[in-house]
Design a protein around this ligand. Structure first.
Ligand code: ATP
Length: 377
């Protein structure tokens, strides 16, 4: 091992690849009152596999079960039902320390009596790593999080931002973790630094293929950080997909409302036949075979980004009344009304919006059809 630093780091990187794990949740469910007659689930039964090296966000409104899911993976919460497997090995009853999980919480957890360097080194010192390994890893993580200038400082004298960086660093410094779990870790970080840190976390994931799981209720954070987003609502996973899939093909109207700003437009509609439906007096061709929709009430969903202002009437167009236009700097947001249906349309800023009446096109490929609030596919 008397070799240059670069080689030592290479050895660590290879080792990391072998230790990361695929995490499988099998029929996991959790109730905080399992003995009660009217027991309620904080997490409804579900199955989920987290691929080794993936970058995930768990996204949903307050109280939907995000933290419960994370705490089940780390071992802080013992699930009332189901099994948790790391690379096929059942770890459901193992303690947090036996699972080799690193967890970063919403507020910084640091050792105030230690320096920044000692804080970062601590998880490795506890596991009896060689000093040269510890030094190399601390330098590497300090560089990734721009903490080099603070290494000799006492941790207690840092700002909340800096303290949270140390918490993150302690999560990232170990090679032997199955995953790094982060519960709203950037809440105390200022917006500029937040943006930079999310990018750095992405780079760390791409460089080392460490599995990162990030809990947030902020869709922008989830969309800019994750390859895959798990959207939750009231204890249920409602969709797992890439940011593009969640944006273009929300599986439920809840996801359409929750993702995107403004929310997806939804209009009550009726099937005409084949792929065609009617909204008020307009007939719209969609990309959906409506014979699969059954008899449940239908809604047409379309993003404000995909409705277009056109010059002339044609297929899938209708004339709407312009209600208002808001200038939001990099685009305009038009509110228009057609036969009592109110819709939001994002318009490029150099396009002039007519004052009263506007011809709108709903491209068939961007129309999503929902039966009883579930996407007809
Ligand atoms: P937030 O974004 O507000 O942190 P969350 O999506 O992480 O919310 P959880 O904290 O997992 O949601 O909570 C899910 C449900 O379980 C909520 O109804 C919550 O009140 C309940 N709950 C959470 N922890 C406990 C507990 N220790 N005892 C009883 N109920 C709990």
């Amino acid at each position: 091992l008397c070799i240059c630093n670069g080689w030592k780091i290479k050895i660590l990187t290879l080792w990391r690849t072998e230790i990361m794990a695929e995490i499988e949740l099998q029929n996991i469910a959790h109730s905080y009152n399992p003995q009660a007659v009217d027991k309620t689930y904080a997490l409804d039964p579900f199955n989920m596999t987290w691929i080794d090296g993936g970058r995930y966000a768990i996204l949903g409104p307050s109280g939907c079960g995000k933290t419960t899911m994370l705490n089940i993976m780390s071992g802080i919460v013992q699930p009332s039902e189901g099994k948790l497997l790391f690379d096929g090995v059942d770890v459901t009853t193992l303690s947090t320390s036996e699972r080799n999980i690193a967890q970063v919480f919403q507020f910084p957890v640091i050792y105030g009596t230690m320096t920044v360097e000692q804080n970062l080194a601590f998880p490795l010192v506890c596991r009896n790593y060689e000093k040269f390994v510890i030094d190399a890893k601390v330098q590497e993580v300090a560089e990734a999080l721009s903490l080099q200038g603070l290494l000799k400082k006492s941790a207690s004298r840092l700002t909340a931002d800096q303290k949270q960086l140390i918490s993150l660093g302690r999560g990232l410094v170990r090679d032997d973790v199955a995953a790094v779990l982060m519960d709203e870790p950037l809440t105390v970080i200022d917006p500029d630094l937040k943006f930079r840190l999310r990018r750095q976390l992405k780079e760390i994931n791409q460089k080392y293929r460490s599995t990162l799981i990030y809990v947030t209720h902020d869709q922008n954070e989830a969309m800019t950080f994750a390859e895959n987003i798990i959207v939750m609502d009231a204890g249920k996973i409602v969709q797992v997909g890439s940011p593009a899939e969640l944006f273009d093909r929300p599986k439920t109207t809840f996801v359409g409302y929750f993702i995107g700003a403004p929310a997806m437009n939804f209009f009550n509609c009726q099937a005409v036949g084949g792929y065609k439906l009617s909204i008020g007096s307009a007939e719209i061709m969609t990309g959906t075979d409506l014979s699969k929709a059954g008899s449940a009430p239908l809604k047409l969903g379309i993003r404000s980004e995909y409705i277009r202002i056109v010059e002339a009437k044609g297929a899938n167009t209708f004339t709407a009344q312009v209600q208002r236009v808001e200038d939001l700097g990099n685009y305009k947001l038009m509110t228009a009304v057609f036969d009592g249906y109110v819709m939001k349309v994002k318009v490029e800023r150099d396009i002039t919006v007519p004052a009263e009446r506007v011809e709108l096109l709903l491209p068939a490929e961007n129309c999503c059809v929902y039966a009883a609030d579930v996407l007809v596919s």
